[in-house]
Design a protein around this ligand. Structure first.
Ligand code: ADP
Length: 334
């Protein structure tokens, strides 16, 4: 029970599904969030009630979907899975809500991408367990109320700031997921290696973990690539030298930055004298879409102190410039 069905169009979903932690015990890290959710789950179970609605936010790959599935399993209820772009009309949302049985979970990934009118359907559903639909035509048109059973909405988003105030306010439980420590990523990798039945030397695991941007999804993706490399180039065992060779080919540097991260920093220095520059302008210069820049790359660059968000736009920091071997003014270090 509780296993999410993959929404179509998500690359690699099957691979990541196979590696998902199944319960609180297997879920690595995020200690404070987990502790609070364990209490909420125990209380809901003891009362036989639906868990309060949960909003999980944080950069992609930190385990929001996995945590939703863990909650479903711990509550022992089915989870229905969808995503903002997959629910384009109010009628689709009504149908989703209407399919829920008592205490079940509706997981909506990328909930910030729901159209405002579709999100509005959720307001009375979340608060008072009903939806209003319009039936009939012209003069005969009238609204019909459909009662819903108690249910739990779990929303996941990389951009909590884009949620409307009323939607955000209807989540009693709001939790932000943080980047993982290197040791936590090593634990994720060791478990993934066991599931995939590959031999991962601990020092190879440590090397991959230190370059995985504190993100389990990135770590698992690197592990998959290193596994392929080890199988093709050697006996399949992942040793430190194999991991290093693949990381070199994948152009992941010692701090875990990929070539797009470095291009962002380079462009800030070379095209905008270090900034500040608006995100749309920076993204256009790089031929990248705003969303990828803001949601995938920026959070880690900011977390590592390589880039700063200011009221006037993005700026490279001294640390970011030094990472490129340059001064913040753009000149090469002597
Ligand atoms: P998100 O929904 O935040 O984008 P996912 O839940 O899809 O992230 O996680 C991406 C991958 O990382 C999955 O393969 C999952 O197995 C792994 N993962 C994420 N969080 C954890 C965790 N806390 N412990 C173990 N594996 C994790």
């Amino acid at each position: 029970m509780g296993e999410p069905k993959a929404p179509p169009g998500y690359p690699d979903e099957e691979f990541h599904q196979s590696l998902r932690p199944r319960d609180f015990g297997e879920y690595v890290g995020q200690g404070a969030v987990l502790e609070q959710l364990e209490i909420s789950v125990s209380a809901a179970r003891a009362r036989g009630e639906a868990l309060d609605h949960v909003l999980l936010h944080g950069p992609p790959g930190l385990g929001k979907t996995s945590l939703a599935a863990v909650l479903a399993r711990e509550l022992d209820v089915p989870m229905h899975t969808s995503a903002g772009p997959l629910v384009p009309r109010t009628g689709d949302m009504v149908a989703l809500l209407n399919s829920l049985a008592r205490n079940e979970i509706l997981f909506i990934d990328e909930i910030h991408r729901l159209a405002p009118a579709v999100a509005e359907v959720l307001y009375p559903a979340m608060e008072d367990h009903y939806v209003d639909i319009m039936v009939g035509e012209k003069l005969g048109a009238h609204s019909l109320r459909i009662d819903l059973p108690p249910f739990t909405l779990i929303g996941a988003t990389t951009r909590a700031d884009l949620l409307t105030g009323p939607l955000r306010d209807r989540f009693p439980l709001v939790h932000q997921l943080e980047f993982y420590s290197i040791a936590e990523v090593e634990t994720v990798l060791a478990r993934s290696a066991r599931v995939l039945r590959v031999h991962l030397d601990p020092d190879a695991g440590g090397e991959i973990a230190s370059r995985a941007r504190g993100t389990p999804r990135v770590a698992n993706n690197l592990l998959r690539r290193v596994r392929d490399y080890a199988e093709v180039r050697s006996d399949g065992t992942i040793r430190r030298d194999t991991a290093l060779a693949l990381l070199e080919i994948a152009q992941v540097d010692g701090q875990g930055l990929d070539r797009f991260d470095r291009k962002i920093l380079e462009s800030l220095l070379d095209n905008f004298s270090g900034g500040p520059v608006g995100v749309a302008n920076l993204a256009a210069t790089l031929g990248m879409d705003n969303r990828t820049l803001e949601e995938v790359h920026e959070p880690y660059l900011i977390y590592r102190g390589f880039l700063r968000r200011t009221g006037k736009g993005r700026m490279i920091t001294d640390r970011g410039a030094r990472h490129l071997g340059r001064a913040a003014s753009g000149t090469l270090f002597p």
